[in-house]
Design a protein around this ligand. Structure first.
Ligand code: SAM
Length: 280
């Protein structure tokens, strides 16, 4: 069913896909508004309605709160540290941090979808000016067809500006040369001793076998990487764990600690749905 729905959505272009979602979810949105007597809020910030959330499934707030904990427990984030949110989407990670990060901490986020950045500016920055969002015009065939390639993109921040950064559910939608560039750029903008949390689909034989026939069956292989859809490359992308380790070394990171998630259905160590890697 999940695979069928995904196929249906991928038949539309990125912009129309967001509108189709709004239409399909209209009854759910209405029910949410009725149930909460308006939009639900967190720390004074209105949360997006289910139909607006084009950035992944699950409970928007619960997932944000879960990662707030991972940032502290796995990434060692402290409340005074400055952070970068790569692919900030609708502020799922930013919103729960508004009651955690305190001066002199600064939050910066950037994303390729202009409407998402505008919503975050309107809903979050207006109330919390140390949370700032920027739009960057880059192509990703799942999210936007306008812009240049991400594989030579220079992050618009100074060297060593941040203590901690993350890319949650972003490298799972990008191709290897883009990811390698982002690992290098993250290394540049994070200070020595800083940390970077990124989520991946790490595809090895065990994960592939466990995932076979399920909703996360990476059935398309291009070169050495795994894709979920033959046409929309950004739909979901998986990399071999050994490659990610190699790229970490090549881009100047000294360690890449892996915490396996439960996306494939494999038994064993689990944290989140996706696999988490802490680069340090
Ligand atoms: C699945 S959503 C996750 C959003 C957010 N990180 C979260 O966890 O809620 C993926 C996000 O990555 C953004 N994105 C895709 N390619 C990007 C790129 N090259 N640079 C920055 N953001 C990108 C998309 O626009 C989208 O908002």
């Amino acid at each position: 069913m999940k695979r069928f729905l995904r196929r249906f959505f991928y038949a539309f272009g990125p912009r129309s896909r967001r509108w189709v979602r709004r239409g399909v979810y209209a009854p759910v949105d209405l029910w949410t508004l009725l149930r909460h007597g308006g939009r639900p809020h967190y720390n004074g910030i209105p949360l997006p309605l289910p139909g607006e959330i084009f950035t992944g499934g699950g409970d928007f707030l619960a997932n944000g709160l879960l990662f707030k904990q991972f940032f502290q427990d796995l990434g060692g984030l402290q409340s005074h540290e400055s952070v970068l949110d790569i692919g900030s989407g609708l502020g799922r990670m930013a919103i729960p941090l508004t009651d955690y990060l305190v001066s002199p901490a600064q939050y910066r986020g950037f994303d390729v979808v202009d409407v998402a950045v505008q919503l975050c500016q309107k809903r979050i920055t207006r109330r919390y000016p140390h949370f700032q969002f920027a739009h960057v015009a880059l192509v990703n065939d799942l999210y936007t067809l306008e812009g240049s390639s991400a594989d030579h993109f220079i992050f618009p921040y100074a060297d060593h500006q941040f203590d901690f950064a993350w890319a949650t559910s972003v490298f799972t939608h990008m191709e290897r040369h883009e990811v390698i560039n982002y690992l290098r750029e993250a290394r540049r903008v994070i200070r020595p001793g800083g940390r970077f949390l990124a989520t991946f689909f790490l595809v090895d034989d065990i994960a592939r076998q466990a995932a076979q026939g399920g909703a996360y069956d990476f059935s398309v292989q291009r070169g050495e990487d795994w894709y979920m859809d033959a046409e929309v490359k950004g739909a979901n992308v998986g990399f071999a764990p050994g490659h990610v380790q190699l790229w970490a070394k090549e881009t100047g990171w000294s360690a890449a600690q892996v915490y396996l998630g439960r996306w494939s259905g494999r038994l064993g160590e689990t944290t989140d749905f996706q696999d988490i890697v802490i680069f340090s």
